[in-house]
Each structure stands twice: as C-alpha cells, then as structure tokens.
Ligand binder design. Structure first.
Ligand SMILES: Nc1nc2c(c(=O)[nH]1)N[C@H]1C(S)=C(S)[C@@H](COP(=O)(O)O)O[C@H]1N2
Ligand SMILES: [Mo]
Length: 550
C-alpha cells in the first residue's frame, strides 16, 4: 500500500519534470510554446458551448482560475495513474505520459500563429519526464526488493525461534535464508534496504525540488514575456507631429537580390549582449535623465507618447560589420528628439557625453554635441516601420542616432541617460577593446550577383547599397576584373542618414570574374582599399566578390 503511494508520487514528479523542462525550453524558444496554457486554451476551444456557459455561470469571472485548477487536478490524477501503472504494468505508465504529452503537442502546435518549433519544449519535456519516471521507479523497485529480502529473513528467523532452536541459530538462519534478489536490474549494484531507500528518496526530492524551482522560475519568465508581448500588441502609437520625409519611389530600384531600401523589422539584424531579451512593461517603464544637468527628468511611457513625436528614416550599422557583411539595416523610426529631451534636462558646462543605459546594464557613451545637434534627428525611438519597437529591438524605447555605430549610441531597452564626460565614464565596449568614439565609416556592399553564383552569360545588374550616414553618398563605382572604375547609377537618396541603392548593368561573359565596389561620400572622401578588421572602430576595404559565369 505504502509502496503504491510512492509509485503514484513518482508519476507526479515525472509530470512536474515534463512541465518544468518544457517551460525552461520555452524560455529560450518562445513563451507561447509553453504547453501548460496551450492545453488550457485548447480545453476552452474544445469545450462544448453548454460546458463553457456552465463554467462561466458557476465560476463567473473566476472561470479561468477554475479551468486551471481543473487542469491541475486532471494532470495530478493522470500522473498518479502513470506512476502506478508503470509500477504494476510497465511500460503502461510511460505510455500514459507520452499520451498526455501528445495532447499538449497538439495544443501548442494548433495555436494561432504557432510555428513548427512550438512542439519542441513539450517533446523535450516528455523525454525528460520519461527518464525521471524510469529512474525513480528503478530505485523504488530496488528499495522494495531489498526490504522484501529483509522481511523474509526476519520471518524465517522468527520461525526458527518459534521452533525452539535458539537465538544464535535463528540469526544464522536469518542471514542465510535470504531469497534470491527478485526483479533487480542486472548489473546494478544494490545495498541494504536502508541504503536503497535513501537512494530513492534522494532522487525523488532532488527531482521534485528541481522541477519546482526550474518550473516556477521559467513559468514566471514566460508569463512576463507573454504579458509584454500582449502589451505591445495592444499599443497604439500616436501619429507623428512631424512625419518622415516622403520616400521617393526612385529610392527603391526593385532589383531581385538587392536589399529593399526599408528593412522589414523581421529581417533587421539584431546585435546585443542580452542572453534573454529584456521584457519591459511599458506601464512601469521610465527613463531618467540625470548627472550633469540642472533638471533631473523622469518620463513615463505615457509621457513620451504625449510629446510631439517625429518620424525619420535612419540606417543603423554595427561596428562589427565585416566588409560586405549584413549587420546593417534601414528603418523608419518614430520618437522624440534627443536634443529636445536634453534641453529639458539642461546639461551643465563641461559635460561632453551621454551614457545611456539599458535595463540589463548595457551602456553606450555618445558625444553630447551629436545628440544636441540641431541638424541631426537623434531620437528616443518608440516605433519602427509603423509599429511599436519589436521586443528584441528595444521595446518599449531605444535610442537612434544617425551617423554613429550602434555600440556607442543605439541603446535598446533604455532606462537611463547620464549626462557626464568621456573622462569620467565609458560605454560597455570601450574597456573591451573598442574605440570610445564610433562614427560610421563610409562603405558599400554588392548584394547581387552573389559570390560564386552559377550566373549565365548576358546582361545582368550588379547592384547593392552604399552608406555614409549623416554625410550622404555622392558616388559609387564598380571595378570588374581589375579594370577601370565604372560609375554606378544611384537610386534616389532618402536622406544623408540612410543607405542608398546603386546599380550597374553588366555584360557578363562566361568565365571567372572579380567585382569590387567603392563609394565616395558627400564630403569627397572615397573608401580606402586598405583592409582593416572591425575592431577597434569599424572595418575598411572594398567589398569584392568572385563568381563564375556559365
Ligand atoms: N541594451 C542594449 N542595446 C544595444 C546593444 C546591446 O548589447 N544592449 N547593442 C548595440 C549594438 S552593438 C548595435 S549594433 C545595435 C543593434 O540594434 P538592433 O539589434 O536593433 O539592430 O544595438 C545597440 N544597442
Ligand atoms: Mo554593434
């Protein structure tokens, strides 16, 4: 009887392990792929209307809590059954565990907008659960068989005593009358009953406590992530008081293989030090501007949305971008000008840097005069391409500064701006081998054709993008097979702060070819052919591709 209770409890711990590992994997994959609530939603969806009405009439607004309680009861009963079955009729306990997990897989994968990966957390959880169940039951069986042996020996000794032979003989009988060990995994060392009992209990407690801690911690993270996602979905951004300059239709050449002039948020490169994307609730977010200022300023998200916002198209670039790399993207940002924000705080004399800080401790040090520049639309951005910032791009607010690499300016999940000096403070990457100042270097990239592509002979466009943020692109030249530099046609510029598409039609002849590109910016500077790695302040050299034309 007591053993049956333990057997049932192994099922409960195994179920806890399933849920805990699924939640943990969901933390890294997507909060929506957590099976627990997906099963709850599936129950709601599948419940016949009568049952739904009954639930609502019985429990009123508490119907969600009632549903989750019901779900918990079903899980515990199912888990006890699995534990008992595995003990009495293996492998039926494992079958029950897999069946329950299969229901959860259906629930997570049929959710609105679920990706194919949504099943991964539940499947991983199922495997962990099966392993935990088997490990627990093995230990339980060893404990049982040992105790049975002890009991049989005691019974035999008692029989001897009762027959009047005497205690010493009884002890001998007790020692030798031990029956063969029943049902013990071959090759597994066993010890006395007390030892096996400890082995079982230790594993049981560790698995139970581990599942509880990991499960609750991960669930909390997933719940936060889901809450922030829904807060973001519910957010309606105000229209800009100053809209972005209209993008001329001639800014987009529309060539296959060429990066679109506006990068969709989903394709926008992402660079940050965050292992876990910070989940900030706009209702509790605030930005504090302090340090060398006359007025310390603290703004809530509602305060920011109430300000006259501007919109502007700005190309962000990462200093780690290799020549020809893709750590660059162009978006239309909605936000409040940093110069106006700083004007409210009134920096004091001597300040020359703004150290912006994210909720997870990343910092960027930007020159104060750049942020105050009347001709530069540096902003505290809340929108990207007409939608709230995606969570991984800094929701609810980030900085965008035209002309500076991201590591010295584009702080995502920004919560603080400290007005300070370069002598006093350093951004995150400066002590790690990167320059304190990071103006973006004039550069260019060939998007099409690609390296080594099996291009056929004929006229094809060579096309790409070129950028010199806040200076502007004046000219792009292409060199084929080491010949003279030919000037490419430039697409219309959006502004000096964005990249510019370019194209050069090419009579491709069969054979091997080398194509290089270089840009000249509006200041008259032409890209240097000298190759430099990204560290400490940005790569240089010409993007060059090699291809064979059929
Ligand atoms: N909080 C935070 N903000 C950050 C970073 C970071 O690591 N943490 N990285 C910066 C760097 S190096 C770049 S290039 C840009 C990239 O912005 P994106 O991910 O939106 O493209 O974010 C900047 N802002
Ligand atoms: Mo970066």
């Amino acid at each position: 009887m007591r053993r049956n209770v333990w057997a049932a409890l192994t099922g409960v711990v195994a179920a806890a392990a399933v849920l805990a590992s699924a939640e943990l994997v969901a933390v890294f994959l997507s909060a929506e792929s957590s099976p627990l609530f997906a099963v709850g939603s599936l129950m709601i969806d599948l419940a016949p209307p009568g049952v739904k009405d009954l639930m609502i009439s019985l429990f009123g607004t508490g119907d969600k809590a009632a549903l989750l309680t019901l779900l918990a009861i079903v899980i515990v009963i199912g888990a006890c059954a699995a534990g008992l079955l595995q003990y009495r009729r293996p492998p039926w306990g494992i079958v029950v565990l897999i069946a329950f997990s299969a229901i959860a897989v259906v629930a997570v994968t049929t959710r609105e907008g679920a990706s194919g990966f949504a099943a991964v957390p539940t499947v991983v959880g199922m495997f962990v659960g099966v392993l935990v169940l088997r490990a627990l039951q093995q230990r339980l069986k060893r404990w049982e068989s040992r105790e049975e042996g002890t009991r049989k020996r005691a019974a035999a000794a008692a029989a001897v005593i009762a027959s009047g032979v005497g205690v010493p003989v009884a002890a001998e009988v007790a020692r030798t009358a031990s029956p063969a060990e029943p049902r013990v995994t071959p090759g597994v060392r066993t010890g006395p009953a007390s030892y096996e009992r400890r082995q079982f209990l230790t594993f049981f407690i560790v698995a139970a406590a581990g599942s509880a801690i990991v499960g609750l911690g991960s669930r909390l993270m997933n719940a936060t992530a889901a809450a922030v996602t829904s807060a973001r979905n519910a957010l309606v951004l105000p229209a800009p008081a100053t809209p972005a300059p209209v993008i001329a239709s001639g800014a987009e050449l529309g060539i296959t293989g060429l990066s679109p002039v506006i990068t969709p948020a989903a394709d926008f490169y992402r660079i940050d030090t965050a292992l876990q994307v910070p989940q900030l609730n706009p209702d509790t977010w605030s930005l504090r501007i302090y340090g060398m200022v006359e007025n310390e300023v603290t703004l809530s998200f509602a305060d920011v949305l109430a300000l006259p916002l501007i919109e502007d198209t700005v190309t962000l670039t990462c200093v780690s971008n290799e020549v020809g790399g893709d750590l660059i993207g162009n978006a239309t940002w909605l936000g409040y000008p940093l110069r106006d924000l700083l004007a409210r705080a009134k920096p004091t004399a001597g300040a020359d840097m703004v150290l912006s800080k994210s909720s997870d401790g990343f910092t960027a040090g930007s020159p104060l005069e750049v942020l105050q520049d009347a001709n530069r639309q540096s902003m505290l951005a809340v929108g990207m391409n007409g939608a709230p910032l995606p969570v991984e791009h800094g929701f609810p607010a980030r900085l965008v500064v035209p002309g500076l690499y991201g590591y010295v300016s584009a702080t995502k999940w920004v919560v603080e701006m400290k007005v300070t000096t370069f002598a006093e403070d350093m951004g995150y990457w400066t002590p790690r081998g990167w320059s304190a100042l990071g103006p973006i270097k004039t550069s260019s990239r060939i998007d099409t054709p690609k390296n080594a592509s099996g291009q056929s002979a004929g006229t094809i466009p060579i096309a790409g993008v070129a950028w010199a943020q806040h200076t502007g692109i004046a000219k792009v030249e292409v060199q084929i097979d080491g010949g003279s530099w030919a000037e490419a046609t430039l697409a219309d510029a959006i502004s000096a702060d964005t990249w510019r598409q370019w194209v050069l039609p090419w009579q491709a002849t069969s054979g091997d070819h080398t194509i290089a590109v270089r840009a000249t910016d509006a200041s008259g500077y032409t890209q240097t052919p000298d190759e430099a790695p990204p560290a400490p302040n940005g790569s240089t050299g010409y993007h060059t591709i090699q291809l064979t034309v059929q």
